[in-house]
Design a protein around this ligand. Structure first.
Ligand SMILES: [Fe+2]
Length: 287
């Protein structure tokens, strides 16, 4: 695709030579269809879009997310926020606004892609920063098109046609042994398999589709599949294919889960507050 000639109806400032752009000069909550069309093309081109600090009440965040498609109602209903089951809030603050010392979701600190544990996986995630720590609590993104392109021919042929089983119960229990899924949540989200190399349905480009929810490889001994996933997850992260975002309060970021892995970095949960709310738009069954 050649987007170099596109005249965007807003300002676009690339964040790295590879992925990520800051979009400014538009009011997110009042985007007309033509502008949204351009925004969506920018989303496909840059994979991660950053919007400068602005007020974005929960209802407007959900309304904006609906422009992308159907919004996921997350199975882990303990995170639902503000009366909107579409919103998922991660907070380490108690009801008095004091840090609890408890990280709300340790799973976010491992490279992953949202909703890969579902048959219909995540398309866009829209995240808004309500409270941000002075240090840490960054969000990092890595381009999985580039990660696939950089694989050796031997790796590409080794993984061609393989399918990985993604399992929220597996990743949750591994990172959150003290706070696993409930039985009802487990039953609602049985493991599903997806191709290890996925073709993005809109750009037509191939990318690695694994991350922390991927548990084992279909048709391969469990330990061998685990080892392959661990190796490939590590191999997929290249510093020069990453964008590392240090948050300002009230920023919003939108990314494409189909071609990007992301993770949050640690912060001091005992002394610093971090509150984000996010929603994930449902995409399609990966192919
Ligand atoms: Fe995530």
């Amino acid at each position: 695709m050649n987007h170099a000639v596109e005249a965007w109806p807003f300002s676009v400032r690339p964040l790295t030579p590879n992925l990520g752009a800051e979009v400014s000069g538009i009011a997110v909550e009042d985007v007309d269809d033509r502008t949204f069309g351009a925004l969506y093309r920018a989303f496909l081109r840059y994979q991660v879009l950053l919007f400068p600090p602005q007020d974005l009440p929960p209802g407007r965040q959900v309304a904006f997310a609906r422009r992308f498609g159907e919004v996921q109602i997350h199975v882990m209903n303990q995170y639902h926020a503000d009366g909107y089951p579409e919103l998922y809030r991660l907070s380490n603050l108690d009801e008095n606004g004091k840090p609890t010392g408890r990280h709300p979701d340790k799973g976010t600190m491992a490279w992953h892609t949202d909703g890969s544990w579902s048959r219909v996986t995540g398309q866009a995630t829209i995240i808004y920063g309500e409270v941000m720590p002075d240090r840490g609590g960054e969000t990092h993104f890595c381009d999985m098109y580039g990660a696939y392109d950089r694989l050796s021919p031997a790796w590409k042929s080794r993984i061609a046609g393989l399918r990985a089983v993604h399992n929220l119960d597996f990743s949750r229990t591994r990172r959150h042994g003290e706070d696993p899924l409930t039985e009802a949540q487990r039953l609602a989200k049985p493991p599903v398999d997806h191709p290890v190399v996925r073709t993005h349905p809109e750009t037509g480009r191939k990318c690695i589709y694994l991350g922390d929810h991927a548990e084992y490889i279909v048709g391969m001994p469990y330990d061998e599949g685990r080892a392959l996933i661990e190796e490939l997850n590590a191999l997929a992260i290249h510093p020069d294919l990453c964008y590392e975002h240090r948050w300002k309060t009230r920023e919003m970021i939108v990314w494409d889960n189909r071609c990007v892995l992301h993770r949050a970095t640690p912060y001091d949960e005992a002394t610093q507050g971090r509150v984000v709310r996010r929603c994930t738009v449902l995409g399609e069954i990966p192919a």
